[in-house]
Design a protein around this ligand. Sequence first.
Ligand code: HEC
Length: 159
Amino acid sequence: MKKTFTGLSALVLAGAVGSTTLAQEDAAIEAALKARQSHMQLYAFNIGLLGGMAKGEIEYDADTASAAAGNLAALAKLDQSRYWPEGSSTLELSPDQTSALPDIWDDDSDIGEKAMDLVEATAEMETAAGDGLDSLRGAIGAVGESCSGCHKPYRQSDD
Ligand code: HEC
């Protein structure tokens, strides 16, 4: 009787440990989703300022433009590899949790190159943004194309 009981406790314990591990995995994925989506929001905030100036909706100011462009360039260069754990795509999670398409994790995924395109475009923007509105306007297209160049293949669109 005692033996059975001990065996049962061991099983219960194993089950408890197992579910803790699963909960920890969920928490790790949750944290990664928050980090990468927040990073994207920082891109959007900073490019929003530059885009607003380019369109004439926000008055051009060299210091503000330079700062926003510097933020974009710095953000693009941050190591983002740990934002993308396996099991965090639209395949495993619901559409309100993520828009990250499973192709990101394919062997032939070129998401790293797409990220590099943004590093290059934002470096050029960093040089151009404080140098007058025309200069900013000349650089913004490439930045926007780098965003959409990655979103098209790797992000689920609403349409
Ligand atoms: C290397 C690929 C890549 C680049 C470059 C990129 N994005 Fe994203 N972006 C993604 C992916 C993938 C998602 C979906 C992430 C998710 O839902 O987990 C996303 C999501 C977003 C979101 C939604 C975030 C949220 O809160 O759900 C915004 C906003 C965004 N990107 C803006 C931008 C802007 C602006 C740029 C350019 C300055 C940019 N992104 C560049 C891949 C990229």
